[in-house]
Design a binder for this molecule. Structure first.
Ligand SMILES: [Fe+2]
Ligand SMILES: [Fe+2]
Length: 253
């Protein structure tokens, strides 16, 4: 399994790192994934750490940036196995608390994780965690694609960790997985978003939340990150996207 690492933000006591796992041998069957780590004053917040398949490589990679004992929170944008499948391994290896939509708390037991005292369940409206002057905000992203779904905004780095929103299935050999040509990249976005995302109305609701924030990067759980002008190009594309229930007649024909 290949792991590409990229530091997306590094200033004083605050760092954001992207980890990207691909498997060339199983390119057809393994869905490539991005994981993210925020380190603030030596404490770690891990975002969508993924499945058991990548657990050992990821924990080794993460430990280069933060002492594993100092991982304070592990956030799951939603319940999918490529997001939260290794909850049991992380529960055994850290003392972190797990943050997820209240819709999915009890489902974690089916990954073998029973210690609900370690779970912070998010109400639909989301919340903020404050650190000194800065904060991370859990922004509602419901039905994009999961019914109980959140993105995370980091006020210091101005990065939105968007979960499956903005995801694309692309294979890249570069060590910096960012969009360089949005027109070309949107072809990779369309198929996934059309079928997985809830509806245009929901996309617009999420975009209106994100447009109120000061955003430098949108970092999805699959594929390439959006930065500079591709941030607004992506948000504009998403505002106009027809998806999910907009194709109800076709889906139920
Ligand atoms: Fe998902
Ligand atoms: Fe995903």
């Amino acid at each position: 399994m290949n792991n590409l690492e990229k530091v997306l933000y590094d200033e004083d006591t605050h760092k954001c790192v992207m980890f990207s796992f691909d498997d060339e041998t199983y390119e057809e069957s393994f869905l490539s994934v991005n994981q993210y780590l925020i380190v603030h004053n030596g404490l770690g917040i891990l975002i969508d750490p993924g499945s058991e398949v990548i657990f050992y490589q990821l924990i080794e990679a993460v430990s280069k940036y933060v002492d594993v004992d100092n991982i304070k929170y592990i956030f799951y944008s939603h319940q999918d196995p490529d997001v939260s499948g290794s909850v049991l391994q992380w529960a055994v290896s850290t003392s972190a608390r797990f943050i997820i939509s209240n819709l999915w708390v009890r489902f974690l037991s089916h990954y073998g994780f029973m210690d609900l005292a370690r779970v912070i369940s998010l109400e639909d409206c989301g919340t903020k965690l404050e650190f000194d002057e800065e904060y991370i905000e859990f922004v509602p992203a419901h039905f994009l694609h999961s019914p109980g779904n959140f993105s995370v905004y980091d006020s210091k780095s101005k990065i939105v960790f968007s979960g499956d929103i903005g995801a694309a299935v692309v294979n890249t050999i570069t060590n910096y997985k960012h969009v360089t040509d949005f027109d070309e990249h949107k072809e990779h976005l369309y198929g996934f978003h059309k079928r997985y995302m809830g509806s245009n109305k929901l996309c617009r609701a999420w975009v209106s939340k994100i447009e109120k924030l000061d955003v430098n990067i949108i970092a999805p759980q699959h594929g390439l990150i959006f930065e500079h002008k591709s941030v607004q190009l992506f948000l504009d594309w998403l505002k106009d996207l027809k998806c999910g229930s907009d194709y109800m007649d076709e889906l139920y024909s």
